[in-house]
Design a protein around this ligand. Structure first.
Ligand code: UD1
Length: 420
């Protein structure tokens, strides 16, 4: 397994181009199942999760032509309606094939994702919504087995706000008979991006980006071309990095309008942030100030930025109180940050972070995707060498992160398995 070695203490200066959003690209790749025509995608990030999604789609019979950040998919010749355990277990978002397969082919078998490092994460709401649209759904031998002649529009209120749940139901409703109303829908920019692709494919959707989405089902969808929105979590991660090290980063191909709550908190930490149409400049000339925050559904502060902003708080002036409201077990980075000298105490969903003057390099282990990013941020600011093990988590969701950081002055290198 590859590791990262970071020699901390270098200020970051320069330009970084932000990649397309992982969490927009994954549902959009799955939306290709809704039509027999070509779906041409641009600005697709190069990530392990994207490779996994392409493997899963290939298993179903979808062809994919990949040319760097451009992918053309065609689901004209589907050969299987089953998403196997081996792929679903490595990526929970595989559940996103359920809605499209069921809506277009009347049947789907998707392995249950099972438990996951950051909490229980069940898919009961996906199932509840599809049942309301007339599907019969059984759980058999660890698979969700869904059948429906043609889904029928329904009024669905999920018990909690769920991002992939909203996406699954949105895709299913696009091909259902009649009107579907999704209440308590997720409002994330990635949902809006998916809806915009579906509209280009001929779907009739309104209200996306609000908590009430209305879909008039159509009989058939057609091909489309779409460019994935920029990754707001990658953008926020680099801003935390410059906040931790000091310096100035110019982030290109990003969208400040999708991440106001993150930018508000980062400004409070002392980062001087300036935004344009498709760029954000972050400049840090002081020790960070502690900033307290609670995670919430969009437009609140994203749980996917919690670990990174916690890392910044570890070296801040003052004490921050951090409340994680979305996932029950998302503080696994705490123990690793403590290895670097951080002072953190947790109690249930709350962490108290008392900033220290200096973190010190150590060997640490990545436990999940965003936890890995928090260790990179802490390592960049720490004195001495930090070695991060299990960075396959990082590769799932960050597009060549160490290259982007090295180009702006970080001392960071990948230690390949064979060189260890
Ligand atoms: C998505 C994101 C992930 C992000 C999360 C919250 C993708 C591919 N992943 O994950 O990066 O951290 O949103 O912003 O977009 N829940 C249920 N039953 C369900 C569905 C969800 O109880 O059927 C619960 C979950 O356990 C969790 C909460 O609802 O506590 C929110 O989960 P959800 O929004 O569904 O997360 P994901 O879509 O899996």
């Amino acid at each position: 397994m590859d590791k990262l070695r970071i020699t901390g203490g270098q200020k970051l200066h320069g330009n970084i181009t932000i990649s397309g959003a992982k969490n927009a690209a994954l549902p959009i790749l799955c939306a290709s199942l809704l039509t027999a025509d070509d779906i041409q995608l641009h600005n697709v990030p190069r990530l392990r999760d994207i490779d996994t999604a392409c493997k899963l789609l290939a298993q179903l019979g979808v062809t994919a032509q990949v040319d760097g950040e451009n992918i053309t998919l065609n689901a004209g010749q589907i050969t299987s309606l089953e998403a196997p355990y081996e792929l679903v277990k490595t990526m929970r978002a595989s559940i996103l094939v359920l809605g499209p397969l069921l809506a277009r082919f009347g049947e789907a078998r998707v392995s249950l994702p099972g438990g996951c490092a950051i909490g229980q994460r069940p898919v009961d709401q996906h199932i509840k919504g599809l049942r309301a649209m007339g599907a019969t759904i059984e759980l058999e031998h660890g698979f969700v087995v869904a059948k429906a002649k043609r889904l029928k529009g329904a009024s669905i209120r999920t018990d909690m706000v769920t991002v992939t749940g909203t996406e699954n139901l949105l895709m299913a409703a696009a091909l259902a008979e009649g009107e579907t109303i999704l209440e308590n829908a997720a409002q994330e920019p990635e949902i809006v991006d998916l809806a915009e692709l579906l509209i280009k494919m001929g779907a009739r959707i309104s209200g996306h980006g609000t908590e009430r989405i209305v879909i008039q089902g159509v009989e058939k969808l057609h091909g489309a071309t779409h460019s994935i929105i920029p990754d707001r979590i990658e953008t926020g991660t680099f801003l935390c990095a410059v906040g931790a090290t000091g310096g100035e980063l110019m982030l290109h191909n990003t969208a400040a309008t999708t991440m106001q709550s993150t930018l508000d908190k980062l400004r409070k930490s002392g980062i001087d942030i300036e935004c344009g149409d498709n760029w954000i400049r972050g400049r840090m000339t002081q020790r960070p100030q502690a900033v307290s925050f609670s995670t919430a559904e969009h437009p609140g502060f994203p749980t996917d930025m919690q670990a990174q902003l916690m890392a910044l708080n570890c070296m801040a002036n003052g004490t921050a109180v951090i409340v994680e409201n979305i996932f029950e077990n998302r503080f696994m980075h705490v123990q690793e940050l403590i290895r670097l000298g951080a002072k953190i105490e947790t109690e249930g969903h709350t962490a108290h972070v008392k900033g220290v003057n200096q973190l010190f390099g150590a060997r640490v282990m990545a436990t999940d995707l965003r936890a890995s990013a928090s260790l990179v941020i802490a390592g960049l600011a720490a004195q001495g060498d930090t070695i991060i093990d299990r960075i396959y988590h990082l590769d799932r969701g960050y597009d060549r992160m160490e290259n982007k950081l090295a180009a702006v002055g970080a001392h960071i290198e990948r230690l390949r398995q064979e060189s260890l």
